[in-house]
Design a protein around this ligand. Sequence first.
Ligand code: MCN
Ligand code: CUM
Length: 796
Amino acid sequence: MSQALDEIKIGGLGASRRRVEDDRFIRGKGNYTDDITLPGMLHMEILRSPLAHARITSIDASRAWNIPGVHLVLTGDMMATRNLAWMPTLSYDTQAVLATDKVRFQGQEVACVVADDPYIAKDACEAIEVEYEPLPVIVNPTQAVADGAPVIRDDKENQPDNVIYNWEVGDKAGTDRAFEQADVVSRLRLHYPRSHPSPIECCGSIADFNRATSKLTVYMTTQAPHIIRAAVALVAELPEHMIRIVSPDIGGGFGNKVPVYPGYVCSILASILLERPVKWIEDKSGNLISTGFARDIYLDGEMALRKDGKILAVRMHADADHGAFFSDAQPSKFKIGLLHSTFACYDVPVAHLTARGTYSNKAPGGVAYRCSFRVTEAMFFQERMVAAAAADLRMDPAEFRRINFVRDEQFPHRTPFGFLLDSGQYGKCLEVGLKAIGYDDFRHQQAEARKRGKLLGLGISTMTEPLGAGNSREYDILGIKMFDSAELKIHMTGKAILRTGAKTQGQGHETTWAQIVAHELGLPAEDVTVEEGDTDTAPFGMGTYASRSTPVAGAAVSMVARKIRAKARKLAAHLLEVSEEDIEWELGRFYVRSAPDRGVTIQECALAAYSNMPDGMEPGLQNTAYYDPPNLTWPFAVYLVTVEVDQETGVWDVHNIVAVDDCGVRINPMIVEGQIMGGLTEAYAMANMQFITFDAEGNCVGSNYMDYLLPTAWETPGFELHSEVVTPSPHHPIGAKGVGECAAVGGPAAFVNAVLDAIADTGVRNIDMPLLPDRVWEAITYHHDVSGAPPVRSDD
Ligand code: MCN
Ligand code: CUM
C-alpha cells in the first residue's frame, strides 16, 4: 500500500510550476547590478573610439582631471604600467583593455573616468582630447586577406597578416571520392550576418576592493562567475581566495554576458587604486557597439546527391569575421566552435569542413548569442542547404528530409565529424509538424493562390543541437575542464538550500532545480531555496551558456539529491530499527519492505541527521556533486512557418508557426514553452528585421534601437507548440536534454525557407538575412539572389 506523494502536487518533475523568481521580477523587486549601491561608491564611464582603425598619436586628459568631482582618469598608458593594457581572451588571443597604440574598431575603449556621479564622469570623458591618425579599414574577410591589406594586429609577434586560424575536420579524400559518384551537386553560399544578443539589461560591474581585508568583491553581470574569478586572479594577479564574484539578478544574458569586457577590468583597477567601490554600468549604445557580437560568417557548401535524394557527402567552408580580437568563449579544441555539428541529424556518410578566421576592424565578433558555440550557424546553413538541394532535385523538401534523417534504430549515431548522437525520433517529429501545419492542404492552397497572383510559402527547418559541454575529455575553456556542480543542504526541519555552479539569467533555475530535488527526494519544491552566482558560496562550476545547465548542473542536482537519499536511507534504517537492505523508497518516504505501513518521511530522516543519528555516523545532511557528463545531450526540433509575400513591396507576413521540440524529459513544461517562444521570437527578429552592419569606414550602422529592431509582443507572430515527442537522453540522470537555445538555433531557416518558397517561381536561391522588404523586392523584381552585407554585396 503506497503512500507516495503526488509528484506533480509537490512541484516535481513535469509540474508546470509558476516561476518563483517572477514574484520579485514582476513587482520590480529584482536585485540587478545597477540596483546595488555601496557606501562611498564612485561611478565610471568609458570613452570610446569614434574611428574603426587609427593610430593614437596623443591623449591629453588634463582637462578631464581638472573637472570637480573627477577622481581618476585611466588611459592605456596607465593600464600598461600595471601590465593591464591588454588582457587574455577566452580563445588564447589578447584584447586591448584600453587602447595604447591603435584603435581597432569603432566603439573601442580608449579611456575611463571615475567620478562622483555618472554624469560628471561622462562629461569628463568628453573633455579628454585624443588625436587619431586614420588607417585603412577592413570590414570583411575578403578585405582581410586581400593583397596589401593593413595588418590589424601589428601588436602581435608572428602575426604577419589578418588570419587567425585555419581549421579543418572530416575526411577530405573520402568526401572528394563521394562527390565523383554524385548524380547531382547542389551548391549554396550565404552570409549569416552579425547579430547582437541585446539583453534588456546592459553589462556592468561594481568593484569593491577593501584594503583592510585585502578582499576584492565584484558584483557583476556575468553568466560564468567562477570563470571570472579565475580570470581576475590571473589578470590582476590577486590571490583567488581573496576574490568574490557575485552575479546578482541578471536581466537577460543570451551569451552577451559570457566574455570578459574591458569595463569590468577598469572598474576593478579603479577600485584598487581608489580604495572605494566603483560602479560601471554600460549604456545601450555602448552595449550594442562593443560587446558580444555573434555570427558574421560566410558559409559555402556543396552537397553530393544521388538522384533518389540520398545525400552522399557534404563539403563546406566557413569564413568567420571575428573583429579585432578573437575573444570567443568556446572549447579550446574547436576553433570554429561546434560548427561541425552541422548535418548531424542527417545520415551523411562522409563530410569535410574547413574554416578560416580573420580579423577585421569591428568589435570582437563570433562571441555567442543563443547558440551552443556556432550551432546556430551550423543549423542555419544545414537547413538552407537542404532546402536548396531538395529544390535542385525537384523533390518535396519534407520527403527529402525524411529519407535522409538518422533513423530511430541508428542511435547512438556517430556523425562524420565525430559527434555521438544520444537519441532521437526525427521522423516522428517531422510527421507531427507536417500534420499540425496541414502540409498537404497548404500545398493546394499555395497553388491556388499563385493562380490569383498571391505568393504563399512554407518553410521547414529542423535542428539538433549538441548541448551540455563537457565531457571533460573533449571540452575545456582555457584548459579548465567543463563539468558542473550542485551542493544540497537539508536543514533539520526538512527545508533545504541548493546551490549550483550555473547562473540563471532568466531561464528559471530557481524554479526548476527545486523541482529536480522534489523529484529525487519528495521534498515539496517550495521547501527548496535555490541560489546561484556567488563564488563565496556556490560550488565551482562553468556557468550558464550553451544550454548546458540542465544537461550538466541539472544532472549534478539529481546526483547530489541521490547522495542525500543514500544517507537518509541509513537514517531511516536506524529509525525503523531494521537493516538497510529491508528498506524501500517511494517518493518522500522510506518504509519497511515486509511492513509497508511502517515508514519514515524524508523530513523525519533530516531531523534524525541532527538529533538522532546512529553511532559512528557523521552528523548533518548535506553533500556536493560534481558532474562530468559522459556525452552531450542532443535535443531535436522541427519548425514550420507559413508566410505570404507581397509582390509589390517585398513585405512578408507570417501566417502560422508550428514548433515540435523534443528535449527529452521536461522538468517544467511551462518554462520549456517559454524558452521556445523566446527563441522563436529572436529567430523571427534575425530573419526579419535585425541588421547590424558596417559601412566602408567601419562605422557601425545599427548600434541603436532605431536601426536594430527588437520585436515586441505587437510584431511577434503567435506560435503553436507541440510536446508529444519525448526521447529521453539515455545518459542524463532524469533523461532531460537542454532546450534554452533550440528555437533561436533552428528558427531562422524556417522563416527564410518560407519566403524563398513563396517566390520559388523567380528561381532565386538565396536572400541573406535579414529579409528586409527591399531585399525581398529586389529578388522578386530582378530574379536574382540578394546576398552579403553592405558594403560588399555579391552582385556589386
Ligand atoms: N528545462 C526543463 N526541461 C528540459 C530542459 C530545460 O524544464 N528538458 C528548463 C531548465 O530547467 C531551465 C530552462 O528550461 O530552467 C533552460 O534550461 P537549459 O536548456 O538547460 O538552458 P540553460 O539554463 O543553460 O540556459 C542557457 C540558455 C542560453 S545558452 C541562452 S543564450 C539563453 C537561454 O538559455 N539565454 C536566456 N534562454 C534564456 N532565457 C532567458 N529568459 N534569458 C536569457 O538570457
Ligand atoms: Cu551561445 S549564447 Mo548562450 O550560450 O549564453
